[in-house]
Design a protein around this ligand. Structure first.
Ligand SMILES: [Ca+2]
Ligand SMILES: [Ca+2]
Ligand SMILES: [Ca+2]
Ligand SMILES: [Ca+2]
Ligand SMILES: [Zn+2]
Ligand SMILES: [Zn+2]
Length: 657
C-alpha cells in the first residue's frame, strides 16, 4: 500500500527513465537519469550531511526522514548532484505514511538506564529517538561506546522493553575455524622495506612522536595492555624508528600502522576526493588514530567507532595486524560510519564488511601505483590478510578471505549459499563473500568461481532450472578504476538497513551507460538476480517444503537434585522464512525418554521442556523425528543450524547446568 502511493507520485513527476527502479516494499529506490533529475524530495526529510567529491564532479547530500523529532529507521536518501546542481542519482528509502503505534512514554535518561542495567554503567552513551517504519513503534537507539565494545540497544519508547541488541564493534575477522587476526612485512628481513616517515612524525618534549605534522594520523603504543586505552602516542628519541621485534616497545608495528593509515587517507583523498578526517568531525572523530600493540597475543584488529586497535598476533596463527589491507579495512569502517552507517548485522552488516574488504584491497593497488611500497613487500591481490595469516603464508591462496574465490576460505560466493541468522551478527564476515565476489568479477570479469570449477565448489546455482539468469553468466570486467568509483559512490549512498538487492540497484544507478551491463552481470553472477531482487520475472517460489532452521537448547536446575532441558525449534520454508502452525514431533533420549511435540508460533518458533532429570545424568538428547503442516511437507535433508550447536538442526544434546 505504502509503496503504491509513492510509486504513483514518482511516475507523475518523473516519467519513464532508462534505469529508473520503482521503490519496493522496503521504500527503497535507486534512480538515475531523468527520474533522478525530476525527483521531488519529500518534505519530512532533513539534510544531515553534505560534502563535495570533486574527483567525480559530484556533491553528496544525505537526508534523514523524521516523524516529529524521531529519526525513521532505515529512511535515508542520498542525492548526488552534478556541477550544475542537477540531481544525477537518488538512492535510499523513504516511507510516506507512517502511523505511530505507541506513544513516547519513556525519558531518554530511562532508556540509558535500561541499557546500563543490561550491560553495566561503563562507557559513554549516545541516545536517539527513532521510529521503526515496519511496526510504527517509537524506540530509543542507545549506543554505548567503550574501548573494546560498541553495544547498540533498541528500547521501546513506550514500554521500555529491549527490542534488540547487538555489538557493532567491527572486527577484521569473524568467527572462523581458526582464530583470526592481521601484520607487517616490515621485519621480514627485507631491507627494502624502509618506510619514509616524512611528515608523519613531530617533535615533542621527549624527542619525536608518531603524529603527522598535519595531525591527520597518530599511532599509540598500547604496551600490550587491553584497557583502558590510555596507551600514549608512540615516541622515539632521535626520529629513527628502527627498534626490532614484534611486541611493545618494538617499532615495526608502530611504523606500519602510522604509514598505512596515511596511505589509506591518501587513497580516499586522491582516488575519491573523500576527506576522511573532515568527514569524521560529525562523528566526534578528529584524526585517524591507531592503537597498536593492543593486548597480548591478540589475533584481531577492530574499529570501535572512534579509533582502530590492532593486535600483535600470537606469532603462531598471526603476526602483527598492521598490514595495508587490514588498516585499510578498519579505516573504511570509518567511511561507512560517516556515510551509509550500515547496521552491523545481517545483510547490511555483510555489505559493511564487504565494503571494507573491497577498499582494503583497492588500497593495495593504489600503494603499488603510487610507489608507496616496493613490489617485493606488497603485491596487490584479492586475498585479505595474506601478509599476516601465518599458516597460509607463502601458499597459493594465503589469507583468511578470498574475494576471487570465497569458498576457498569457506565463505559463500552466491546469495543462495548465504548464512541466515546465527553467530558473527548473522555472518557478517561470511556473507561478505557474496558482494566481495561481485566486486572482484566487475574488476576482472569472468565466471563465478564455483561455475568456473564446479567439481570443487558448491555449484548447484550454476546449473539449476529455477533461476537460470545466473547460470554460467560471464562478466565483462571493467578494471579497478571504474569499479572502485561505482562501488564507492553506490555503497556510501545506501540507507542504513540496505539489502544486497539494494546494493545492486545503487551501484547500477551510479554505473553510467558504459558500465551498467557489467555491473548488473557482476551481481547476477553472485545470485542477486532479477528473480531474487524482484527487478523482473517472478519471485522465487516459496516451495512446498519446510525444514528445521535452528535447534537451540538451555538447561536449568530443579531443586537440589534434578535439572531439566528446554529445546527451541525454528521451522523454515524453502526460502528460509519462518513457518507458523507447524507441528514438530521428536523424542528425548539419554537422560530421559519419551516423545514430545509442539506447534510453531508466528515467529516459526516452539519450545519443549523435558521431564525432570536426575543430576547423575550429564546430558539429554532431543531428536526431531518429523514436522507436519497443513500445506508444507517436511524435507529433513534441508535442516540446518546457523550456530552449529546441534547436529544440522536434527539432533541436539543439552548438558546439565
Ligand atoms: Ca590483500
Ligand atoms: Ca557456490
Ligand atoms: Ca542459477
Ligand atoms: Ca542452534
Ligand atoms: Zn571489519
Ligand atoms: Zn532454513
Amino acid at each position: 500500500m505504502v509503496a503504491l502511493v509513492l510509486a504513483s507520485v514518482l511516475m507523475a513527476n518523473a516519467g519513464p527513465s532508462a534505469f529508473a527502479a520503482q521503490p519496493n516494499a522496503s521504500g527503497f529506490r535507486a534512480l538515475s537519469g531523468s527520474a533522478a533529475a525530476n525527483f521531488t524530495l519529500p518534505g519530512d526529510l532533513q539534510l544531515v550531511r553534505r560534502f563535495a567529491l570533486p574527483a567525480y564532479g559530484l556533491t553528496y547530500e544525505r537526508y534523514q526522514q523524521f516523524v516529529g523529532s524521531a529519526e525513521v529507521f532505515g529512511a535515508q536518501i542520498t542525492l548526488y548532484r552534478g556541477g550544475s546542481g542537477t540531481v544525477t542519482t537518488v538512492i535510499g528509502s523513504h516511507y510516506p505514511n507512517i502511523v505511530p503505534t505507541n506513544a513516547v512514554g519513556l525519558a531518554r535518561a530511562n532508556a540509558e538506564a535500561i541499557a546500563a542495567r543490561d550491560i553495566g554503567a561503563a562507557g559513554t552513551r549516545l541516545v536517539s529517538l527513532m521510529i521503526d517504519p515496519a511496526s510504527g513503534r517509537y524506540f530509543y537507539r542507545v549506543e554505548t561506546h567503550r574501548p573494546d565494545s560498541r553495544w547498540i540497544h533498541w528500547i521501546d519508547a513506550g514500554s521500555g522493553t529491549v527490542l534488540k541488541k547487538y555489538n557493532a564493534l567491527a572486527y577484521d575477522c569473524g568467527a572462523r575455524p581458526q582464530p583470526c587476526g592481521f601484520g607487517v612485512a616490515y621485519d621480514d628481513g627485507d631491507s627494502n622495506d624502509i618506510k619514509d616517515l616524512s611528515g608523519l612524525t613531530t617533535p615533542s618534549s621527549s624527542g619525536f612522536q608518531l603524529r603527522s605534522a598535519d595531525k591527520r594520523q597518530e599511532t599509540h603504543d598500547q604496551g600490550s595492555s587491553r584497557r583502558p586505552f590510555l596507551g600514549p602516542i608512540a615516541t622515539d628519541a632521535d626520529d629513527s624508528w628502527v627498534q626490532p621485534g614484534n611486541t611493545s616497545p618494538a617499532q615495526p608495528a608502530l611504523v606500519d600502522a602510522q604509514y598505512y593509515a596515511r596511505v589509506t587517507d591518501d587513497y580516499f583523498l586522491q582516488k575519491h576526493s573523500y576527506n576522511w578526517v573532515a568527514a569524521g568531525q560529525s562523528s566526534q572523530v578528529s584524526a585517524m588514530v591507531i592503537h597498536a600493540h593492543y593486548s597480548a597475543n591478540y589475533n584481531n584488529a577492530f574499529w570501535n567507532g572512534r579509533y582502530v586497535a590492532v593486535g600483535d598476533g600470537d606469532g603462531v596463527t598471526f603476526r602483527e595486524f598492521t598490514a595495508l589491507d587490514v588498516l585499510g579495512h578498519e579505516l573504511t569502517h570509518g567511511v561507512t560510519d560517516f556515510t551509509s552507517n550500515l547496521v552491523y548485522q545481517d545483510e547490511s552488516g555483510a555489505l559493511n564488511e564487504a565494503f571494507s574488504d573491497m577498499m582494503g584491497n583497492s588500497i593495495e593497488a593504489f600503494a603499488r601505483d603510487t610507489n608507496r611500497e616496493p613490489a617485493t613487500t606488497l603485491t596487490p591481490d584479492w586475498f585479505v590478510g595474506e601478509d599476516i595469516y601465518l599458516p597460509e603464508k607463502g601458499t597459493a591462496a594465503p589469507g583468511f578471505r578470498n574475494m576471487a574465490d570465497p569458498e576457498e576460505d569457506g565463505d559463500p560466493d552466491h546469495y543462495s549459499e548465504r548464512q541466515i541468522g546465527g553467530d558473527d551478527n548473522g555472518g557478517v564476515h561470511t556473507n561478505s563473500g557474496i558482494p566481495n565476489h561481485a566486486y572482484y568479477l566487475l574488476v576482472n570479469g569472468g565466471l563465478n568461481a564455483s561455475c568456473a570449477a564446479p567439481g570443487t565448489h558448491n555449484s548447484a546455482h550454476c546449473t539449476d532450472t529455477v533461476d537460470t539468469q545466473d547460470n554460467n553468466i560471464s562478466v565483462a570486467g571493467i578494471g579497478l578504476a571504474d569499479a572502485e568509483r561505482i562501488f564507492f559512490l553506490g555503497f556510501t549512498a545506501l540507507n542504513q538497513n540496505a539489502t544486497m538487492c539494494d546494493a545492486r540497484a545503487a551501484t547500477e544507478a551510479v554505473a553510467g551507460t558504459t558500465f551498467l551491463q557489467s555491473t548488473t552481470d557482476a551481481w547476477v553472477a553472485v545470485g542477486l538476480t532479477d528473480m531474487v531482487c524482484g527487478g523482473g520475472g517472478t519471485p522465487p517460489p516459496s516451495g512446498t517444503t519446510m525444514h528445521v532452521g535452528d535447534l537451540d537448547g538451555t538447561s536449568s536446575s530443579v531443586g537440589r537434585n534434578k535439572w531439566r532441558a528446554t529445546v527451541t525449534i525454528t521451522v523454515h520454508d524453502a526460502t528460509h522464512s519462518a513457518v507458523s502452525g507447524a507441528t514438530v514431533n521428536g523424542t528425548w533420549s539419554g537422560g530421559t525418554s519419551g516423545s514430545d511435540s509442539c506447534t510453531t508460533d508466528s515467529s516459526g518458533l516452539c519450545s519443549l521442556t523435558s521431564s525432570n532429570i536426575n543430576n547423575s545424568q550429564s546430558g539429554v538428547t532431543f531428536t526431531v523425528t518429523g514436522v507436519t503442516h497443513a500445506s508444507l511437507s517436511y524435507d529433513s535433508s534441508a535442516n540446518h543450524d546457523p550456530d552449529s550447536d546441534s547436529n544440522n538442526g536434527t539432533t541436539i544434546t543439552v548438558s546439565r547446568p
